[in-house]
Ligand binder design. Structure first.
Ligand code: PLP
Length: 463
């Protein structure tokens, strides 16, 4: 395997650096001018310019990380370095197939370390968080009940098929979330299997959920819990062991690794017993033609059971690369930096009385760099469009695929239908979302605040 330049990634036994490590990475990452300081991590697209309505142009301010974050330069470099060595995974005798297989499996091991998984946990590669939760939904044991809060993203609210689903009311504070769940679990038939699905950080408010407490409550009532870490993992270290969750799901494209992969990691038993997510090559251990014309299949009991077809090795490697980059940059440092930007953003918006920031748990509650708001007198889609046309700022408007939550936050009628955050939708029941992360320079936040002040001063009729 020596032909491949980044040999460290081929060594699944290589220890992951400590979370607060500031040690230099072996190769290109040492060239990162931002390491160790209060600067953003280099991401792709940071110098891209976009046209403005007045005919000028400006560097793009990507403030829509919660939808899809730009790729870390480090991830891009790692993928580019590997690309010439690309080969089939688990299905080739050639040198590059062997190398690619090692890279794929070691990426799995790297991600397991990043998530602080328990011995015996499986890391299954999927396409995204939506795909991961859909896979788990297909692996529920018979009679399993599912408990979700109405505040969940649709990816967590919807995939549960025929399972009996209890949708819990939005809590007003974290303690109420725990008591609401406890009450619902206490009311259920005690002996059947049950699953709780909860987000780690809201994709609408950015607020952190009391995951550890919810996991303890679930387990105390004989239920299991899956953490939707789509918005948490890019902003905070996630420890499966410490949080006590049974599974965690997240997407590469929100974790600076936009190459089409996601992850479901956690307990093996339900996954091993379930029908394969896709039937096909790679998932099957042996296939035998039967005399009666049928086919007997022995399925793998490893993660491969749910990864039929040729796997996305680049997607898997990109996620592992992002995990390594965040760890080596010092995730704790990134958290501190992000908190500073959140405080600046919130303080700036608080000076504009026409802006109402949406919150479930209140101003003082900890959050990640995701914030939604409405502006008095403005349609949210027009406001978002004006930010783009006048200032080169990319945000999202709508209901963010969390319709019930946004309706709760806006005090709307829960029965009123609304589009899934389609940009440009003229619904009065919609908000603007600004979100950022490890690659966001201070200038983007300052530009955004200046634009908000200016647009509010000018009013909607002059945009
Ligand atoms: N869960 C949350 C909290 C999200 O914010 C999202 C996407 O925005 C998802 C799940 C779905 O992620 P994906 O679109 O990558 O499947």
């Amino acid at each position: 395997m020596s032909a491949y330049p980044n040999a460290a990634v081929l060594d699944s036994t290589a220890p992951a650096p400590a979370a607060d490590s500031t040690a230099c990475a072996p190769a290109d990452f040492s060239a990162d001018p931002c390491r160790g300081g209060d600067a953003p991590l280099p991401v792709l697209g940071r110098d891209v310019t976009v046209p403005l309505a007045d005919g000028g142009e400006i560097t793009y301010a990507a403030l829509d990380y919660a939808a899809s974050a730009p790729a870390l330069q480090r991830v891009w470099d790692d993928v580019a370095a590997y690309a010439p060595y690309y080969g089939s995974v688990h299905r080739g005798a050639g040198h590059l197939s062997q190398l690619s297989t090692d890279l794929f499996e070691n990426s799995r091991a790297e991600i397991a370390r990043f998530l602080d998984c328990r011995p015996g946990d499986q890391v299954v590669f999927t396409r995204s968080t939506t795909d991961s939760l859909a896979l788990l939904a297909r692996a529920l044991p018979a009679g399993c009940e599912v408990f979700v809060f109405e505040t969940e993203h649709h990816a967590a609210l919807l995939p549960w098929g025929d399972a009996r689903r209890t949708v819990l009311d939005a809590p007003r504070d974290p303690a109420e979330a725990v008591t609401t769940l406890e009450r619902a679990l206490a009311d259920r038939e005690p002996h059947g299997p049950a699953l709780v699905c909860v987000t780690g950080a809201s994709n609408v408010t950015g607020e952190l959920w009391p995951v550890r407490e919810l996991a303890a409550a679930a387990h105390a009532h004989g239920a299991r819990i899956v953490l939707d870490a789509a918005q948490l993992a890019p902003h905070h270290p996630v420890s499966v062991r410490d949080l006590g969750v049974d599974w965690v799901a997240f997407s590469g494209h929100k974790l600076y690794a936009p190459f089409g992969s996601g992850v479901l990691a956690g307990r093996a038993d339900w996954l091993q017993e379930a029908e394969p997510y896709l039937a096909g090559g790679g998932a099957s251990r042996t296939v035998t033609r039967l005399a009666d014309g049928g086919v007997d299949v022995q399925w793998h009991t490893t993660a491969a059971r749910h990864e039929a077809g040729s796997p996305n090795v680049i997607g898997a490697y990109a996620i592992a690369s992002a995990c390594r980059a965040l760890t080596e940059a010092g995730f704790d440092r990134l958290v501190v930096r992000e908190r500073r930007l959140i405080a600046r953003l919130r303080a700036g918006l608080a000076e504009v009385p026409e802006v109402r920031v949406l919150s479930l748990f209140g101003d003082d509650h900890p959050r990640v760099g995701v914030l939604s708001f409405v502006v008095e007198g403005w349609d949210s889609s027009r406001f978002a469009a004006a930010l783009s046309a006048g200032y080169g700022i990319g945000v999202r408007d709508g209901l963010f695929c969390a319709h019930p939550l946004v309706r709760v936050l806006l005090g709307g009628d829960p029965a009123e239908p609304g589009e899934c955050g389609a940009p440009g939708s003229a619904s009065a029941l919609a908000a603007v979302r600004v979100s950022f992360g490890a690659g966001t320079p201070d200038e983007h936040v300052e530009r955004f605040l200046g634009a908000v002040r200016e647009l509010v001063r000018r009013g909607p009729d002059r945009d």
